[in-house]
Each structure stands twice: as structure tokens, then as C-alpha cells.
Ligand binder design. Sequence first.
Ligand code: SF4
Length: 414
Amino acid sequence: MKKSKILVHICCAPDAIYFLKRLREDFPESEIVGYFYDPNIHPYEEYKLRYIETERICRELGIKLIEGEYDVENWLQKVKGYEHEPERGARCEICFDHRLKKSVEVAKELGCDYLTTTLLMSPKKSIPQLKKAGEEATKDSSVVFLTLDYRKGGGTQEMFKLSKDRDIYQQDYCGCIYGLFKQKDIPVQWDLVSFKGRRPGSKEERLFIKEVRLFVEELNLPAKEYEFPFLNWKVLEGKIEVDKEVIPSYVLPYSQSIRGVAKGRVEHVNGDKLFLNKQNVKIILSEPFRDLPLRVATTLVNPTFIVPAQYREKLLSGKVVATLKTEFVPDKSEVLIIGGEKAKEFWGIPADTLQDGKGTDIDFVRRLIEDNGEKIRREELAIVLLGAESLGRAGSKFVEDFLGIKVNLICEWS
Ligand code: SF4
């Protein structure tokens, strides 16, 4: 008898982990293929994060995974006019239709008998709404839609447990830009703005950690993630001009905002530090010109610009105009421990980058892990990726405080 084939549309790893396990148990004779088609997810880094986590669990379960196209423009066109709909409303109906119709096409191409979706697992989704969308999408084909309710009988709790045990990334909004604004009760613009590089607490930083983790698991090395809270600092806008010429600058971490605009002259000089007579603005002359991490937590929070040393005379003789908006917000970052927590030695690598994007390259990290794989296995060494490290060594301090691990930083941003 021909083995039946099931295509599972996958929306994210937390919803998929328990769903796929149950599907395996309930259809032991069937071939299961995963299909990640979610162009609704915004921004792209969030999409990639969810995809990488899905890849991780599919690999663990031995399920083939196909990545669909990220045709976000198409999706946005489809939901046009429904931007203000609540969740479970008309926009979600269109969103399900769009994803499931495409899934039917793929199911037909692959010769699948059945189609189902991990969206059925999500506690916030309506099962009748999904059933309707699935049956509608499959009605003109030989593919049968399976409406499986694995939430009942403690399924939801089991799903959260499995997700937590594996440190799976747990998103805090459904996926699209409209849901993002509605569901989050924090200012959401930071999810939509790229600060270049992998700034502390950003999606880019988390994505980097998850990509390394995927690689580590491919090598069958142990890995564990820990999330920690920290006080984040972000530059919203900043500029320094002398006699109307904009001077290249970086803003020193933890600098305060300037109220309006500070227009003034240098009134005090201490070596390579210049101080304006307005709003405590400080200028650090730097040679070579480069961004600086925060070495230690500081209570001195002057609005501070780092500028190339060659501008010294110009700054001393001209009229300086500075604008700066920064923000301090409670945020979360992570550390990834590659190897045992009882290892003899711990090497630390910052996972975040500086404002100019300088930081550790993923290929370097991969090579380092691969080259030291045996040492890691024998617990002679563990490698720790440290989140939010550029902001006062937050990652190193967390592992020391929480796990009693002292890391030896083997690379920095210099
Ligand atoms: S809230 Fe979720 S299901 Fe609804 S349209 Fe947005 S991404 Fe799709």
C-alpha cells in the first residue's frame, strides 16, 4: 500500500514542536514534510529567526523542511484595506487563505495526500476559522485538509514545556506589522528599525546567536541559552557641526539626550576631551577614529561625541552645534554557552557589535567552534557568546552572577 504523505504548513517553532511530535505518533506510517511559508512575518530578521528555530526542531525530529518564498509585497497587497482589523478578524482570514492556498500548490507538486498547519496549535488562533480556510483552500484538489486539535488534553502546556526545554525563541506577537503594533505594549518602532550591525538586545543579535546554535547542534555539541534583562541604550539621532560643517562622529554609550539643540563654544579642555559651555556636551578626540564600547558601567552620562582628532583646531575655534536624542529602556539579551557549564576554561565572544557594525564575524565563530570541538566535548573548554557585551560587559557579568562562570574574553572590538 502506498504510504500517505502529509504536508505541514509551519508558522513557527513553538507551535510546531508539539504538533509535529503528535502528528508523528498519530500517523506513524505517513511521510511528513514541513513547509515554512510565512511572508506575513515582519521584519525580515524576525522571519529569519523563526525559520532558523523551525529548522532546528525539524532537524531534531528528522523532518524534511522546505522554505517558501518570502514574498512580503504580495502579502501586503492581499491585506490592503484590512490593516486595522483585530486579530481573528478579516485580515487574519485573508492571511490564512494566502498561506494555505500556496501550501496546497506545494502539496500537489509533492504528491501529498493531506495538508495541515501548525497554526492550529496557536492558542490565539480560532480553530473554526482555520478549518474553514483549510477546507476552502483544498476544495478543488485531491488534497485533504486535516483539522487537528492538539491543544486539548494539556497539549498547549506540553507545547510550552517542550519549547522552554529547548530554548526555542518565543515571539511576542503574531507576525505581521499590524499585529505587532496592536499586541506589543512597548514602543515597537525598534522592531522595525535596523541600527546597523547587531546592536545589544536587537533581533539581529538574537539571530546571530540562533545561527551559531544551529551550527553547534549540527556538530552534536551541547548548547544552552540564557536570557537576561539589562538597561539598554539607543541613539535615535545625533549630529555635531562646526561652522555648519557636519563632523564624523560616534556617540559614546550611555550619553544623555540634548534638549533641543546645543549651540556653544568649547570652554574647557582636558587632554583629548573638550567640553562645551552648553548642556555639558563633551567631545572626545580620537586617533584612530573609532567607536568605543562601554568598558564599565558609568554614572557620568554627558552627551558625548567621539570625533576624529584632526578636527581639534576647528572645534576649538568655531561655533559648535550639537543635537542628540538617545533612549534608555529596559530590554533583554542572551548568552549562549557552547559546551559544558563545568568546563575548565571559558572563552567569551561578544555577540553584539558596536554602532559602526564592528564585531565578531559568524565564520570566525564557526571555525573556532569546529577547531576546538574535541576540547569542548571533553569539557576542557566552553565558548560563550555574550549578548549586550558592548554596553558595560552585560553578558559577562550575567554569566558570572548567575552561573558563577568567569569568561576570558578572547576577542573584542578594537
Ligand atoms: S495577526 Fe497574524 S494571522 Fe492575523 S494577519 Fe497578522 S500575521 Fe496574519
